[in-house]
Design a protein around this ligand. Structure first.
Ligand code: FAD
Ligand code: NAI
Length: 507
């Protein structure tokens, strides 16, 4: 009996093993097949033209959920990829390679039900009166046609906000992360150049980050990790002079986190020897030093020169010219300063058929990916419903004509029942409420394999910081990556950085 029991267990184990392999094979084949999408039907010219500006969080979240069969969809963006910004600070030091967090927009659009047109171009002007967007191919290679116009029936503006670029380096796009990565290595190599003075070494190896929001904090943490795990091993001569300073105008960093996590972050930075200079406002920037104002011991304002080799400016954002221009065209937007004022359905106030999502829309939410993604998904639902409503309306019109012409009472009653059913469906479809943001919480990496998290849990809040939170941070961001391809690449980069260390070559 014992022997038979073992044999049974062995067979069960073999069967489980085989089914697991078959399951994995099936998933793998599915992914492989997805590389060869089916032919997409072209949109019908009778459908409305929906133009979407941007390929960021807001626009892509809208496109993901939008039923493209309902509209003639055109996407315009100077960036032919989606960028998973939460992992961008990791690209500045090579923990992750930038291509691992980019998803080509073409791959994604080719899997939609109906074809979507994409133009790699910058929208330079929205002519609201004439319902036309002017677009301009500002890439290096230009064809005979490089400036044109795209008419629209419906327009979604999801162009985001650019960084304040006039000072130092910013961290917003892939190019910024690449420039920072090259500059860090340039500073280190230049500091070790023959006969460099001690003072100049100190300056070159002083890495200053201005802005203690999550971008500044995450970057400072990643930079200190890079120094600890790699730089000081490969360039031991920089060990005594390499230093990271974070400058923040407010009394503390990470203002959106709870007090306990702010204290935890400041304490962790102290242990990691990152200097935090709070209540210090940068007033002026030159190519070698910043001038920062703070309160002296006597309470009087002092202006201090802080020399730097690398300066990363992470102090929030400005407005894109196209958004400024649209604001100027619409009288109802005359008081808009931070972006396009929208109503609770994300319609740009003072317009018809123009919506705004993400950072360029002002709806009393923080400019985060979380908000942009929820707004995009909301618009997709609303547009899908609008198309369904139109379809039901025309069916209802046809049915009421048929009802009038119906020969007998029985046929009329039959049509009456159908109309009732459709009216019920119409009420359900029309039941889309205004946009409501649901805050899932805030997460930030603070270096030395620690993260902080303020997570909304039912009606309460959980605040946690440390290594377990760091594991949570990694799994949360991994699950939020755009595609399976991105997830696999990010995992491979993490493993590669752990096993071989980060790459210190300057490209
Ligand atoms: P974006 O994602 O900026 O996209 C704008 C799009 O418009 C881009 O495709 C751009 O190429 C395109 N565009 C620009 N100009 C034009 C034009 N003239 N015509 C047509 N297209 C144009 N938020 C979080 O919630 N969690 C995080 O962890 C987080 N981490 C971040 C880390 C970093 C380093 C940064 C910089 C931001 C982070 N954010 C995070 C914020 C988040 O990235 C933004 O809130 C989000 O990207 C906003 O989405 P969006 O669609 O409005 O704009
Ligand atoms: P931010 O606006 O959040 O922070 C900028 C900081 O710079 C502010 O604290 C401000 O006081 C300070 N500052 C401004 N001018 C200054 C000066 N002259 N001198 C010194 N300090 C100065 O900007 P950030 O970090 O770029 O974030 C932008 C948005 O993206 C935010 O909404 C943020 O929540 C989101 N984000 C979220 C992340 C996350 O959740 N992990 C990561 C990165 C960004």
């Amino acid at each position: 009996v014992k022997k038979r029991g073992f044999r049974f267990l062995r067979w069960t184990w073999r069967l489980t093993y085989l089914s697991a392999i078959a399951g994995l094979g099936y998933v793998g084949y599915g992914i492989y097949e997805m590389r060869n999408p089916e032919d997409q039907p072209d949109p019908h010219p009778s459908k409305k033209t929906l133009v979407v500006l941007g390929t960021g969080w807001g626009a892509v979240s809208l496109l993901k959920k939008l039923d493209t069969e309902n509209y003639n969809v055109i996407v315009v963006s100077p960036r032919n990829y989606f960028l998973f910004t939460p992992l961008l600070p990791s690209c500045t030091v090579g923990t992750i390679e930038h291509r691992s967090i980019m998803e080509p927009i073409r791959n994604f659009l080719r899997h939609k039900k109906a074809a979507v047109k994409f133009y790699e171009a910058e929208a330079t002007k929205i002519d609201y009166e004439n319902r036309v967007v002017y677009i301009d191919d500002d890439s290096e290679i230009k064809g005979d046609s490089s400036k044109t116009q795209v008419p629209f029936d419906m327009l979604v503006v999801g162009v985001g906000i650019p960084g304040v670029r006039e000072n130092g380096l910013f961290l917003k796009e892939v190019g910024d992360a690449q420039r920072i990565r090259a500059r860090i290595m340039d500073c280190c190599e230049t500091a070790t150049f023959k006969d460099q003075s001690e003072e100049e070494k100190k300056r070159l190896l002083h890495m200053v980050v201005v802005g203690g929001g999550p971008t500044g904090v995450e970057f400072a943490g990643e930079l200190q990790d890079f120094f600890h795990s790699d730089l000081k091993k490969w360039l031991p001569e920089i060990k005594d002079n390499f230093h990271v300073t974070l400058v923040e105008a407010l009394p503390n960093v990470l203002p959106m986190f709870s007090k306990q996590l702010i204290d935890y972050t400041e304490q962790t930075f102290k242990e990691e020897t990152i200097t935090i200079r709070t209540k210090t406002m940068v007033k002026n920037v030159t190519d070698k030093y910043i001038e920062a104002e703070s309160n002296g011991p006597d309470g009087k304002k002092v202006l201090e020169r802080i020399p730097f080799g690398l300066l990363v400016w992470a102090t929030g954002n400005a407005l894109r010219p196209i958004v400024k221009d649209l604001i100027n065209q619409i009288p109802a937007q005359k008081d808009s300063r931070r972006g396009l004022a929208v109503n609770e359905y994300l319609v740009v106030k003072g317009t018809e058929n123009v919506w705004a999502v993400g950072d360029c829309a002002v709806a009393n939410y923080a400019p985060t990916a979380q908000v942009a993604a929820q707004e995009g998904a909301f618009l997709a639902r609303m547009f899908n419903n609008m198309a369904k409503t139109q379809e039901i309306d025309s069916q209802l019109a046809e049915l009421s004509i048929a009802q009038e012409k119906a020969p007998g009472k029985e046929a009329r009653d039959q049509i009456f029942m159908e109309i009732k059913e459709l009216q019920k469906r119409l009420r359900r479809v029309k039941q889309i409420g205004p946009f409501e943001y649901s805050h899932q919480g805030s997460l930030a990496y603070i270096g030395s394999e620690k993260a902080v998290a303020d997570i909304s849990w039912f009606s309460g809040n959980i605040a946690s910081g440390g290594t377990v939170t760091y594991i949570f941070w990694r799994s949360a961001y991994l699950s939020m990556c755009f595609s399976t391809r991105n997830r696999v690449l990010v995992i491979m980069d993490w493993v590669k950085a752990k096993v071989f260390g980060r790459d210190v070559s300057r490209v």
